[in-house]
Design a protein around this ligand. Structure first.
Ligand SMILES: [Zn+2]
Length: 498
């Protein structure tokens, strides 16, 4: 579907703008609010202190940015304003008159929805970069099994806090926290506390315990997955909050998977699961009729045609972690397998022990592998090869498709009026992108986390002028280092600093 691109002199914008302006003008005729120009490159380099966040309850007007709405019907704007009212997107168009609003200049920025990550083991945030050369087998041994079995609740809190803050700072405003090592109810409470404290929008993926035995269900102290009922009641009784709930089980053994699927349906939460460590593992659940549109399948490697059919027939969503899958040896990311089947996948980070926590990397990796595989087929003489992915495709995967896979497409993923204001502002007056020529090209091909200037979650400003708002970084570093030291010592893991 072709989508509109609105220019400053666009007739359709002028028409809409005038109609809405007349309505707004009748309501109030006061002067425009405070103008706060975002600090430019020079100010950022001298580390100017972050300005205070706007007063709660007051509308915010992001004025004069290049706007990628990621809503295909709305299209993009070469220059427009974005109005935030009561934490939601009120309007997107040029020349919005909002006399009561606090005005923030969006000049020299791209304004777009925050990224959405559909699978990220935040609990490993304190072990970042520990295994730059790890294979999947190394990771399973040292991180998943060894470290996972010695985490204390306070370690889960510290890791979730530092990693969730990191994702926010990177421009990701919604993340599915795939949290295995839920070894006790206290681990779950602490994990949720870390997410809450960070201020991010997150799906807490309640994962299986790692208690030093591969068969957690035979452990007399095991409370998985039954404790999901308590968690749902205690923390997720309202759908009108930043945190939502999922269960994050394994598909094997089937008997334990069935328990997880049943408890999830009982409490009404989504399901997120890794599949494809061996083909056919999903088939028993499919035969039992347990699969549904509430489930996201991660990696989808070594997946049989029968399993694919179950996923497609039941409307499941896909999460691909392209960088991890290639660098750790999972498999070739199944982007083309998805596209051949008419599925638009979402993207995910997976583990920060080996890869970075940002979505810029994931978009570029996804784009490059799909295109290279198509080019290979062309070079081999194949005719009528599938289409090359575009930069806009992967930008959609990292926003709107992520929101869909996280079950939050009504809340985030596009700048559609009525959705929550999960918005990022990316600087275009930086040496890695100037002079600014093309918004999608800049975001996907050249920008990185250094361009993330301002971040809103549900209209609340969590990053401004390139700095996190209200975060005591020294404290976060202190508790993260303390937790890391404890985990490494108890797990007898001795990584080298250099
Ligand atoms: Zn994973």
């Amino acid at each position: 579907m072709a989508q509109p691109t609105h220019t400053p002199n666009c007739p359709c914008c002028a028409r809409v703008s005038r109609r809405k302006f007349l309505g707004a003008a009748a309501a109030t005729a006061a002067a425009v609010g405070v103008v706060d120009t975002i600090a430019g490159p020079a100010a950022a380099q001298t580390a100017a202190p972050a300005r205070p966040a706007p007063a709660p309850g007051r509308p915010i007007l992001l004025k004069g940015g290049t706007v990628l709405t990621m809503d295909r019907a709305m299209g993009d704007f070469e220059r427009a304003d974005v109005l935030i009212v009561n934490g939601k997107i009120g309007a997107v168009r040029p020349n919005i008159a909002a006399p009561d609003a606090e005005v923030i200049s969006a000049a020299n920025t791209i304004v777009m929805p925050g990224f959405v990550d559909t699978h990220h083991h935040l609990w490993q945030g304190i072990l970042r970069n520990l295994g730059p050369d790890m294979t999947l087998a190394d990771y399973m041994r040292d991180i998943n099994n060894t470290a996972g079995s010695v985490y204390k609740p306070e370690d889960m809190h510290a890791a979730n806090l530092v990693s969730a803050l990191g994702t926010l700072s990177n421009g990701t405003t919604c993340v599915l926290d795939w949290s295995q090592s839920q070894n006790t109810p206290e681990h779950s409470d602490a994990s949720i506390a870390g997410l809450r404290e960070s201020g991010t929008r997150a799906v807490f993926g309640y994962g299986f315990p790692v208690r030093g035995t591969p068969k957690y269900w035979e452990d007399p102290g095991n409370q998985y997955p039954g404790d999901l009922r308590r968690i749902a009641k205690k923390y997720f009784s309202s759908s009108d909050q930043l945190l939502t709930l999922a269960i994050a089980p394994s598909v094997v053994p089937t008997e334990q998977a069935v328990d997880c699927w049943k408890v999830a349906r009982e409490v009404g939460c989504r399901i997120s699961t890794h599949i494809g460590s061996a083909p056919g593992q999903l088939e028993p659940l499919g035969k039992m009729g347990l699969l549904g549109p509430d489930t996201t399948y991660i990696h989808v490697r070594r997946t049989s045609d029968v399993e694919w059919k179950y996923i497609l027939d039941t409307g499941g969503t896909i999460s691909i972690a392209p960088y991890v899958e290639m660098i750790m040896g999972h498999s070739t990311p199944v982007l083309q397998a998805c596209l051949d089947r008419g599925v638009r996948p979402s993207l995910s980070v997976d583990v920060e022990t080996t890869v970075p926590g940002d979505m810029f990397t994931m978009m570029r990796t996804a784009l490059s592998i799909q295109r290279e595989l198509i080019f290979q087929r062309q070079r081999a003489g194949e005719k009528d090869v599938p289409k090359l992915l575009t930069a806009r495709d992967v930008l959609e995967f990292a926003t709107v498709e992520g929101a869909r896979a996280n079950g939050l497409e009504k809340k985030c993923g596009t700048l559609t009026p009525g959705k929550d204001a999960d918005i990022i502002m990316l600087r275009t007056d930086r040496l890695n992108v100037m002079p600014f020529n093309n918004a999608v090209g800049a975001v996907v091909q050249s920008m990185d986390t250094s361009n993330v200037d301002t971040v809103f979650v549900a209209g609340k400003m969590v990053k401004r002028n390139g700095r996190m708002v209200g975060v005591d970084l020294a404290r976060v570093q202190r508790i993260a280092e303390k937790a890391r030291d404890g985990v490494l010592a108890r797990g007898k893991l001795t990584p080298k600093k250099v």
